[in-house]
Design a protein around this ligand. Sequence first.
Ligand code: TXA
Ligand code: MG
Length: 343
Amino acid sequence: MTNRKFDTILRPSKDPESLALAAKYLQQGEIVAVPTETVYGLAANALSEESVSKIYEAKGRPSDNPLIVHISSLEMWGELVSEITPDAYLLAEKFWPGPLTIILPKSPKVPMKTTGGLDTVAVRMPSHKDTLKLIQLSNLPIAAPSANLSGLPSPTSAEHCMRDLKGKIPLILDGGECNVGIESTVITLCSDVPTLLRPGKITAEQLSSVLGKEVKISSAILNPLKGGEKASSPGMKYKHYSPKAEVILVRGSLEGFKRKFENSPEGTFALVFTGEEKEFSENTIPYGFEHDPDSQAKNIFSLLREMDDLGAKLVLVRCPHENEALGVYNRLLRAAAFKVEEV
Ligand code: TXA
Ligand code: MG
């Protein structure tokens, strides 16, 4: 079974047996693409070095980029970390199951391969019911990075996973389009002050209000790493989320944006705030309402993929407001390799 690559897509809502099949694959050391509320994940038994190696291989992921481990109960968490601290409990109680990843010192049970050589482990309890059920059925914590090829936009549908991983994995579980659309918020509780390493739907303000203390925002969220600087979250040092087209974030008025678009070469596409597309005659797609970061997050990765399908050479994006939409802004900054133009 382990060498047969079926490329099968099964839908647990129509075919409940598919969860048992996926659980069997995981127990046998195989990798399976699974839906979560944020993005699709590429899942393997987190406690097996051999299984986890298959994730790195299929994604083409650098081996020092640690994986997030997904759990279905607090008991499972207790096995993975040296101690669940009071702060960690507070956050889990408020936000799990849901799009928050919490980093704590790891227990000896977790292989270094899973944590990219670090002595800490990132854990979250996803809220997508298919994947929660799968973790319960397999009775395994599952390591799962986003199920895209390394560097490409994260997948928010089973179809995206198929495109990236065809021929490399035996099964994709189709749980529909992801609700959130960008990856989980990542917070580390291993530093002096709790620190946000990756912004997502759950904001630093929400975390800080539950903890009743300051949450620092890692400088790597908004800035490229300087040469020689060590990444607190290794994922942040790699090129990310990029379609083949060049992406530029354009900050300023709609009028300025229109002028820039009109003076751009053929093959230029525009991603604008919903409603603004009416003001353009062609190649313009809305990506979400200006002051509604959740609506932007839901579409952004699939639209970046669509830009490639449409053959875009250059994509101009109306810049989201970083104070309200830090997660979307962070992903777009990376897709644009930090190119931001003021108009
Ligand atoms: O929403 C999500 O989190 C999705 C779904 C599938 O759950 N997963 C995901 O995984 O986005 P991935 O591997 O694409 O991103 C994991 C991020 C990387 O930036 C990685 O460097 C960071 O989390 N990370 C994982 N473990 C870490 C650790 N021990 N210390 C610091 N950063 C860590
Ligand atoms: Mg990823």
